[in-house]
Design a protein around this ligand. Structure first.
Ligand code: MN
Length: 568
């Protein structure tokens, strides 16, 4: 760990001013001192972790405040120094970033798949700035690389969180390579048996394919040269274990059918060269039908661009090629961070205007596109920084249940909305709420990141006054329907029509049977016709069985000829 190596990594991409390098120097010593004596579970000094996180951030070509914040990212949480101290030493912006990382770090995922997307959104909301998420991703990458030293229980939790939350987040941000790396590092902890199977069965095939592709590479290089195309790089790229596993599951574990086990990746200078290279490959070898993918003209929803094709290559073996420019390659590595990096080379606008609009077939990617759209209209660097603010969820609230599930609500929602979002009965029986451990009025608006616990009482009914403050349609609908139900129940009565002999005491006998059954009589009408009296009795019964039992009893009363009933 040497500050010089970090400075050198940054200087690969840009000049560092005197001020910037002295700031980074200071942050380096500060963090090293703050973590003095602390050890990671692996036994190495804690600061190793901070340093590696910062190194990754520098690799992604982020700005100095982000690099400084990544050196300091665990200081507020794990040392005697607080955010105020960081603010005094390194300024508002750095303190803001460290604070964001600390807040996001408190969120824990315990595997409620349905709510994973909400947790991802909550991470975005709490970060308030894309750079916070990037630090968090760099932090996670180093943590998962050093996961081996932790106890098994913790390994599982962190691996699952990485697989379900952080890898998809990286993917959404266009960091395909990072997403794949995170998944692959988590894979052996989550699927140890499957991992073992793959290692045993694939190792030889991988090596065999590598050797084969070396031969292909020589052929293709020669042809490209003849056509006047100078590739920047050609390399064989093995498919990641985790994605191979997913593919095998779809293809009945048949390794022979995986044509991209190892693919040849060709990086060329221009888009024109990409298409020319594709043409040359197709002249050499016939393509497999349906396997030519033009992700340059039609990028993947997260912005991924490349040409893919599979051809019957040397020895008639199906072989996949991936063709792209350096810029596409960099973006695949660092995704949204690349937008940041390019903004420092040219103006942000120039770069972003060049980007073709991203096709969002999936709703879930809308927020990423929204972010990109925002950045397109930007004319100066300050505005660009503003555009990294992630407040595009400002009309949504993400609150957490005691079990760690994240509930997505509209802004201004209250504990009652939250209760109904969990379950209708929780809403109906709600009598109070604790927000972050404190009893809070039911009409109090929840904030993103709040931990909400609903207190319930069995057979409690919702109150009409709730309708004045609830925000979500679901709560409104459920409250109204519960109120209507109880209203209905109140007027629901049963009317018995009894025809009997005209005898003294008949009515008295019938009403005494009813009251012995502990049923209230609300109305009695007696109509004397020519021979028989007609009696109408209204009772407070909603229950069908009770009604039937009562009919039998009434029929047994002396002089009763006929009993029928009607629900009112
Ligand atoms: Mn950390």
């Amino acid at each position: 760990m040497d500050v010089k190596a970090l400075l050198k990594e940054i200087q690969k991409n840009r000049q560092l001013s005197q001020d910037e390098s002295s700031l980074i120097n200071r942050a380096f010593s500060f963090a090293q001192r703050a973590h003095q004596g602390q050890k990671r579970k692996s036994g190495e000094p804690y600061f190793n972790h901070s340093y590696n996180t910062a190194l990754k951030i520098a690799e992604w070509k982020l700005d100095s405040p982000t690099i400084v914040a990544s050196l300091l990212h665990d200081v507020a949480e794990d040392t005697q120094y607080g955010i105020t101290q960081i603010k005094n030493e390194f300024g508002e912006e750095v303190a803001f970033l460290v604070d964001g990382v600390t807040k996001v770090g408190k969120l824990k995922y315990r595997g409620a798949e349905a709510k994973a997307e909400n947790l991802r959104k909550l991470i975005i909301v709490l970060s308030k700035d894309i750079r916070v998420i990037l630090i968090k991703l760099a932090d996670r990458l180093h943590n998962i690389k050093t996961l081996g030293a932790l106890p098994p229980q913790k390994q599982k939790r962190i691996a699952l969180e990485t697989y379900d939350i952080y890898a998809p987040l990286a993917y959404r941000l266009g960091m395909n390579n990072l997403a794949g790396e995170l998944e692959d590092l988590a894979f052996p902890y989550l699927y140890p048996e499957e991992y073992k199977w793959i290692i045993e069965n694939v190792k030889e095939k991988y090596e065999e394919r590598q050797r084969y592709l070396e031969k292909v590479k020589i052929v293709i290089l020669k042809k490209l040269e003849e056509a006047g195309i100078k590739p920047i790089n050609i390399d064989a790229r093995a498919k990641r274990h985790s994605s191979l596993y997913k593919k095998l599951l779809r293809q009945n574990m048949n390794l022979e059918q995986v044509y991209d086990l190892v693919a040849l990746r060709i990086i060329v200078k221009t888009v024109e060269d990409c298409y020319a290279t594709l043409g040359i490959i197709h002249q050499l070898w016939p393509p497999l039908p349906g396997r030519i993918k033009d992700y340059i003209a039609l990028p993947k929803p997260n912005g991924y661009k490349s040409l893919h094709t599979t051809v019957f290559c040397l020895e008639n073996k199906p072989t996949e090629f991936q063709i792209r420019t350096q810029e596409m390659h960099d973006e695949d590595e660092s995704g949204i961070a690349a937008y940041w990096a390019y903004s420092q080379l040219k103006s942000a606008k120039d770069y972003l205007l060049k980007q073709k609009s991203v096709f969002a077939e999936k709703n879930e990617l809308n927020w990423v596109n929204q972010l990109k759209e925002w950045q397109k209209g930007i004319t100066n660097p300050e505005e660009f920084i503003q555009s990294l603010k992630t407040d595009f969820f400002k009309d949504r609230i993400f609150a957490i249940t005691p079990k760690g599930e994240v509930i997505d609500l509209s802004a201004g929602s209250t504990s009652v909305d939250f209760a109904y979002a969990i379950h209708t009965e929780i809403g109906n029986q709600c009598i109070g709420a604790k927000i972050n451990g404190k009893i809070t009025p039911l009409d109090y608006p929840i904030q993103s990141g709040d931990l909400v616990e609903i207190l319930i009482q069995k057979s409690k009914k919702p109150s009409e006054s709730w309708l004045e403050f609830v925000k979500t349609n679901r709560a409104k609908k459920e409250i109204k329907s519960a109120l209507k139900d109880s209203l209905l129940r109140r007027i629901k009565e049963t009317e018995f029509r009894i025809v009997g002999e005209d005898r003294v005491g008949l009515l008295k006998d019938i009403s005494s049977i009813i009251s012995k059954s502990k049923i209230n009589i609300s109305k009695i009408d007696m109509l004397k016709t020519a021979h028989f009296p007609h009696i109408k009795i209204r009772c407070d019964i909603k229950d069908k069985e009770k009604t039937e039992r009562l009919i039998l009893k009434i029929k047994n009363v002396q002089g009763v000829k006929e009993v029928s009933c009607k629900q009112i």
